[in-house]
Write a protein of this length. Structure first.
Length: 149
C-alpha cells in the first residue's frame, strides 16, 4: 500500500530520491543540465512529500512559494520500477492539497520537452501550458504549466 509523508528537504529519503532524479535529468538534458540544475537546489524546501511502498522510498515531489498565492511544483520523481503505478499522480495530488491547505490558489511548474511522461502527467492532472516564466523565458527545451487549485 502506498504511504505518503509530508516532510522537508532535510529528510534523507527525499535527498536520496532527488539524487536519483538529478542523475536521470543529467542524462536527459545532456549539455543543458547545468543550466537547469542551478534552479533545482533543495536546501530550503519546507514542503516535500515522499512516497513509500512498504518501507521503500519510491517517489517524491515538493513545492516552494512562487508568487503571493501560487506555489511552484519541484523535484517530482518516481523510481523507474514503480512508474505507471499511480505514484506520481498521488504525490502531485498530495502537494496540491497541502498548498491549498496553506491558502495558495494555484501551482506553476517547469518541465522539459525531453520528459514527455511528465508532460502527460501534468496534462492529465489538469495543468495547462503557459508562456515560459522567469528564468525559463526563451528556453526552447522548457515547458511551463499552471493549474488553479
Amino acid at each position: 500500500m502506498l504511504r505518503l509523508i509530508r516532510t522537508t528537504s532535510d529528510h534523507p529519503d527525499f535527498r536520496a530520491l532527488v539524487q536519483l532524479l538529478d542523475h536521470d535529468l543529467a542524462v536527459r538534458d545532456g549539455a543543458d543540465h547545468a543550466f537547469y540544475a542551478q534552479f533545482n537546489k533543495i536546501d530550503a524546501i519546507r514542503h516535500a512529500v515522499v512516497a513509500y511502498l512498504e518501507n521503500e522510498p519510491i517517489g517524491c515531489g515538493a513545492f516552494k512559494p512562487y508568487a503571493e498565492k501560487q506555489v511552484e511544483i519541484k523535484r517530482m520523481f518516481v523510481q523507474p520500477a514503480h512508474r505507471g503505478q499511480g505514484v506520481a499522480p498521488a504525490v502531485l495530488a498530495a502537494l496540491e492539497a497541502w498548498a491549498d491547505e496553506l491558502g495558495y490558489h494555484g501551482c506553476v511548474l517547469e518541465t522539459g520537452i525531453k520528459q514527455p511522461e511528465a508532460i502527460r502527467l501534468y496534462e492529465k492532472s489538469g495543468y495547462q501550458r503557459i508562456p515560459n516564466y522567469g528564468q525559463y523565458i526563451g528556453v526552447e527545451n522548457s515547458v511551463c504549466m499552471e493549474k488553479a487549485l
